[in-house]
Design a protein around this ligand. Sequence first.
Ligand SMILES: *Cc1c(COP(=O)(O)O)cnc(C)c1O
Length: 428
Amino acid sequence: MTQTINEQLFEKAKRHIAGGVNSPVRAFAGVGGTPVFVARAKGAYIYDTEDHAYIDYVGSWGPMILGHAHDDVITAVKQAAEDGLSFGAPTPSETTMADLIASIVPSIELVRMVSSGTEATMSAIRLARGYTGRDKIVKFEGCYHGHSDSLLVKAGSGMLDIGEPTSKGVPADFAKHTLTLPYNDIDALKACFEKFGDTLACVILEPIAGNMNMVIPSQEFQQTLRTLCTEHGVVLIFDEVMTGFRVALGGAQSHFGITPDLTTFGKIIGAGLPVGAFGGKREIMECIAPLGGVYQAGTLSGNPLAMRAGKAMFDKLTQDGFYDELTAKTEYLVKGLKDAAAKHGVAFQACSVGGMFGVFFSDSLPQNFNDVATKCDAKKFAKFFHAMLDEGVYLAPSAFEAAFMSSAHSYEDLDKTIMAADKVFASL
Ligand SMILES: *Cc1c(COP(=O)(O)O)cnc(C)c1O
């Protein structure tokens, strides 16, 4: 059988790139088959090397909230490039970005820019440890916080046991400082604080989980977590790398009305360029160098291209009604998909907040990682994924990832997507 162009490109890529990809989920291991190699993108669409168009609900895993190659963002990047790519010295655009973030997210009193979400979470955890003088941290099963050593950890065999690495190369000596709890489980949270509360540096949470498909926690869970952290002097870190400026302008913390001590950002704030940030309470943030003894640095941190692209994007996000329109589009699509599935008797669930949504081949909406892993039909998702791809709709190539709406998606695009799903559901 002759190879498709994508198969040929994947073969070539594998010659000198490990696995042919520079981030594992791109390899399509979760759904089988060959990745689509992207040549260009505009608005709601990505185009492969043969110019096949796909309506894109990945959006570079979140950043492209204005759609791809938005004219104003591209202009800002071009102008910034003319002025020089990087200086390793302060620029006014970094102050503009910091002021913007602080004005939008009230919990941010001081902020530090970095170059990725991984860097943001890793640095926030070091900061929490430095501030509290404690080593232990808590994370939740199914939440992803980038790939630093302390965070590639799962629960040990017993409840409240010490953590075990989820990756080779992570020393057990590092993992033992990380406790992993089930998401959305108030009893487990209380038991953990009872036993370890006064020895914990921080708890890190995706305040809406977007890396185990999408799971929305209960208000009570978040409130209990906030209260326990305050009582025990534990730094509460909201990892809003995905949810920040995505589920609402002020992120999940504004959606739920919960104030974390530190927040990490990434994805959207760079409008598609490599960026992350962490920030929060002044008293804690003052512990980082050069003000304090917690070391953190970056050659390309606060890169002028990324700052100026982000500024151009924020000019759109802060316009009246932006998130109302985005939310309405997401809800329209999710309802259309659910109705189509119901028509064909397919067990299908979906949820959404703002410009983020999750779809599940399941009888009920998952509440935690175990539900996503055991109650959802990943095989059916893989079939759905490939059939949708054939219809010109690009979803995340994994049943464990969320999906993203952009302001560039038109109702015509959404109707096309729903019609494609209707056809595919009938064939499942
Ligand atoms: C994507 C993501 C990260 C990691 O960000 P990178 O820029 O890929 O390093 C961390 N936390 C969450 C919640 C994310 O979604």
